[in-house]
Design a protein around this ligand. Structure first.
Ligand code: PA5
Length: 433
């Protein structure tokens, strides 16, 4: 199996600066292994892929089968870490237009997401889509009390109970939440909904490799055993304390060096639309983990070549306060070629016989060179393919490098105290109204 690879090549960083981080990285590695770092009660994700129980995988697969058999649509309700990973996986591995494919033979339900915003328009439009369809709900919230998913759950639960009866509806509601606490756990206990528990020692944005991500993925036909295998292999590969031999730690170290040199923004650049939700997941992971105590790189993302025609100018000649991490895929799932056209009005015959992917790869190379020449340091991550295995590897690569990055800048990777401020204001205002 090919592995995720990490490379860097820029004049801004001297090799001795990386060597100087050897000892620091070893210390961070040790504090993570011995569970002595800040937030150590949330390190369950580190060996989760190694310890995953076959019984739980089989249970997820059998519940997914049940949903596939009786539903045209699955609505996944959740926000932040409770939906981004699943959405990222489904778009990464499946046809990104799968919700528009009409194949009567295919029993895979369409998956739609709700509870990740408070837009009445969004909810109303989704209701229109599901109106005459058989559907089920998977509601995910670790705390079981987040406002956005709670509101969506109330709306879609009511729809389900009106469409079927209460008893049938209860068979179509699947809950993923804390094992003991929260309103969702109370709902599951009271109504007898099928439920899964989120391990106590795994926080929201680190939970994609638990039922939080795995159940929606399995319903959408993603091979969850391969996802876990990729993550498991990555957990072994990135357990090496030596910076020179550990690509995941090299990424963390390079980000840290660049940040100390005044680079405040990290732009994740990618050339495949199927990566869009992975980038959203990545932004949440790094933004919420690192952005505290007045510290943290601002994680941004750009989809190329689309965004070269909107943000390309700024990347090339704007303020030099950013670096770029470029994601490149070795293999795509298509060999579409440019065909010869005897009229050649568009003048594209010089490309005939070339695959569109080849042209995309050349665009990536040209972009990296241009941005590097324009003074933007570039880090590169190579991903073998759009497979469930590569997805698992990449998730683990970023989760571990994120935790290491936070430890390097002395912040707790697993808290998000700042998120409470808007919630408190909103609830105060709503209660006053
Ligand atoms: O990473 C986190 O912990 C957060 O982003 C949560 O996932 C998000 O706020 C949703 O929380 P909950 O799952 O409790 O509804």
């Amino acid at each position: 199996m090919e592995h995720v690879d990490f490379r860097y090549n820029n004049s801004l960083i001297d090799i001795s600066e990386i060597d100087n981080m050897d000892k620091l990285i070893e210390n961070v590695h040790e504090s993570l292994c011995k569970k002595e770092c800040e937030g150590s009660e949330f390190l369950g994700w580190i060996d989760c892929p190694l310890k995953y129980h076959t019984d739980e995988i089989n249970r997820i697969l059998s519940v997914a089968e049940e949903i596939k058999n009786n539903s045209d649509i699955l609505i996944v309700i959740g926000i932040g870490g409770s939906y981004l990973g699943a959405r990222a996986a489904i778009e990464f591995t499946n046809n990104i237009f799968s919700n528009y494919l009409n194949n009567p033979e295919n029993k895979t339900p369409k998956v739609f997401f709700a509870g990740n915003n408070l837009s009445a328009n969004y909810i109303a439009q989704l209701i229109e889509v599901i109106q005459d369809k058989n559907f089920s709900i998977c509601v995910i919230s670790k705390s079981g009390k987040t406002t956005e998913p709670a509101i969506a759950f109330r709306v879609f639960k009511k729809l389900l109970e009106t469409k079927y009866d209460k008893q049938e509806a209860s068979k179509r509601i699947f809950v993923i939440t804390d094992a003991k606490d929260g309103a969702l756990r109370d709902f599951a206990n009271k109504e007898g909904y099928t439920s899964f528990s989120i391990p106590e020692d795994i926080g929201g944005r680190y939970s994609v490799l638990t039922p939080v991500g795995l159940l929606p993925m399995a319903v959408a036909g993603v091979d969850i055993e391969e996802v876990l295998k990729g993550a498991k292999d990555a957990s072994v590969e990135y357990d090496n304390p030596k910076l020179k031999e550990n690509k995941c730690y090299q990424y963390a170290a390079l980000r840290n060096i660049l940040n100390r040199k005044g680079k405040d923004i990290e732009v994740l650049g990618y050339f495949e639309p199927a990566f869009q939700y992975f980038a959203e997941w990545w932004k949440q992971l790094y933004g919420e983990s690192e952005g505290k105590d007045g510290k943290g790189l601002f994680p941004a993302s750009l989809m190329y070549t689309t965004d070269l025609h909107s943000m390309g100018q700024l990347m090339q000649e704007g303020k030099r306060n950013m670096f770029e991490t470029i994601i490149r895929f070795h293999k795509t799932n298509s060999n579409l070629i440019i065909e010869e056209d005897h009229e050649n009005i568009d003048g594209l015959n010089y490309l005939s016989g070339k695959t569109i992917d080849y042209i995309n790869q050349i665009a990536a190379e040209a972009t990296c060179t241009a941005h590097r020449d324009g003074g933007v340091p570039i880090l590169e991550i190579d991903v073998p393919e759009f497979s469930a295995y590569s997805f698992g590897q990449l998730v683990y690569f970023f989760q571990k490098s994120c935790a290491v990055s936070c430890c390097l800048s002395d912040v707790n990777p697993f808290t998000q105290p700042g998120v409470e401020a808007y919630k408190k204001n909103m609830l105060d205002l709503l209660r006053k109204a």
